[in-house]
Each structure stands twice: as structure tokens, then as C-alpha cells.
Design a protein around this ligand. Structure first.
Ligand code: ZN
Length: 243
């Protein structure tokens, strides 16, 4: 990039550079906000799924238990029915058959009653699991709500700070000589804050390239000069060209 034929105030470029660095930092703070919340949102979603799953498992266990209880009731009724038939047995053999049926049913009912006990214990366990899932979800949601309000506050502060810095920028840009504005705008668009660079010692503060003495001389005379290597608009500071 060739040197434009105008002069420039180093302090204006220095101010602009500081403003652009500040804007970069504020934009990054603002952009970080949603990313900080993303992990929490995903965790809550997966805890919600776990809670739903636990609710469904508990529901199925209760249905299974109800159905066994119903089955037991029916079978107990059947035992009563057969017991009532004992007196009407037409023969000794029929009487014996009823007796055997009753014994078999009572044994089956005992097994079923044990199963129901187990099913009820399982329901207790699943109920406890569901309470844990619900408590985890609540804890995580509360934590997230807290983080959300912290992040919102940080983003709001950074946004109003950015509005203020943008006003500062507009004021500082008014100080640019008219014939430097196009180059400046183009560099800021393409390189952001790296479109401006202090001279550090005898080198470019952006890319580190060392300048020839005549470049430094012209810089000291407030010429508008872009770094021949990275293209950044150069400005002198107290740290430039030490003896
Ligand atoms: Zn450079």
C-alpha cells in the first residue's frame, strides 16, 4: 500500500486504536453471553427428559402392580366360588377336584401376593428416583436462572458501554483528515483493530516488521504512512524510536 500524501495526528490514530480495541473486547463480552448459557440450557433439557422418563417408568410400574392386584382379587373370588361349590359336589371325586383346585389357586395366589409386594417396593424405589430427578432439575434450573440474570446484566452493561464507545469513536473519527477516511474505513472493515498499529521501537506493533530510517523520519514528521508489510496505519507513541 502506498503512502497517501497527507499528514496525520498520531494521537488521533492512537485514540482510534484504543477505541477499536475496546470495541473488540466489548463485542466479545456481548457475544460470549449466549455461549455461556448454552451448556446450561442443554443440561436442563436432558434433565427434563430424565424426569419424563422417570415419570413414565413409575406410571408403568403402577399399572403393572394394579393389574396384578386385580388379578389377585379375581383369583381370590374364584377360590370363594369354588369353596361355595364344595357343598354341592355331586360326588366324592368332584369334591376332591374342587379341593385340589382351591389348593392350586391358593398357591398361585401366594406367589402373586409376593409379586405384588415386590412391585410395591419397586414403586417406592421409582418414586424416590423421580423425586431425585425432579430435585436435580429444580436445582439446575435455579442455578441457570441465576446465571442467566448475571449474564443478562453483564451483556446489558457491555452494550451500554459499547453505545458510549461508539459515540467516542464517531467523535474521534471526525478528527481524521478527509483524505485518510477511505483508507481508514477500508482497513477497519477488513482488519478491525489490526488496521491501526503503534510503532514500537522501530517496528510495526501489529506485524513486527522493522522500518527503514526514512520511513521513521517521515513518521516523525507526522506523515500518513501504512506499514509496508501488514498495511496498518502507523502512529508514534512514547515508546517509538528510542535513542
Ligand atoms: Zn505491520
Amino acid at each position: 500500500m502506498s503512502d497517501a500524501p497527507h499528514k496525520i495526528s498520531h494521537s488521533t490514530i492512537s485514540t482510534l486504536h484504543h477505541i477499536h480495541k475496546k470495541l473488540t473486547e466489548l463485542n466479545s463480552q456481548i457475544g460470549r453471553g449466549p455461549r455461556q448459557l448454552k451448556a446450561g440450557i442443554a443440561a436442563i433439557e436432558s434433565l427434563k427428559q430424565a424426569e419424563l422418563q422417570a415419570q413414565e417408568t413409575l406410571k408403568q410400574a403402577k399399572l403393572a402392580c394394579d393389574s396384578k392386584q386385580l388379578q389377585l382379587k379375581e383369583r381370590e373370588q374364584r377360590v370363594v366360588d369354588i369353596q361355595n361349590k364344595l357343598n354341592t359336589a355331586a360326588s366324592n371325586r368332584e369334591f376332591q377336584t374342587f379341593k385340589e383346585q382351591i389348593a392350586a389357586d391358593q398357591q398361585a395366589n401366594g406367589v402373586l401376593a409376593d409379586e405384588i409386594l415386590e412391585a410395591m417396593e419397586k414403586i417406592d424405589r421409582l418414586g424416590e428416583e423421580l423425586r431425585q430427578r425432579t430435585a436435580e432439575l429444580k436445582q439446575r434450573s435455579d442455578d441457570h436462572a441465576k446465571l442467566q440474570s448475571e449474564v443478562d446484566a453483564r451483556v446489558a452493561t457491555a452494550s451500554s458501554e459499547r453505545d458510549r464507545v461508539l459515540e467516542e469513536l464517531a467523535t474521534a473519527e471526525e478528527q481524521l483528515p478527509e483524505d485518510a477516511v477511505d483508507i481508514y474505513q477500508r482497513l477497519i472493515r477488513s482488519q478491525g483493530e489490526d488496521g491501526l498499529a503503534p510503532v514500537e521501537g522501530q517496528s510495526c506493533g501489529n506485524c513486527g516488521a522493522t522500518f527503514a530510517p526514512q520511513v521513521l523520519n517521515r513518521l516523525m514528521l507526522s506523515h500518513f504512512i501504512c506499514c509496508p508489510t501488514c498495511g496498518a496505519i502507523l502512529y508514534m507513541t512514547a515508546d517509538s524510536v528510542p535513542e
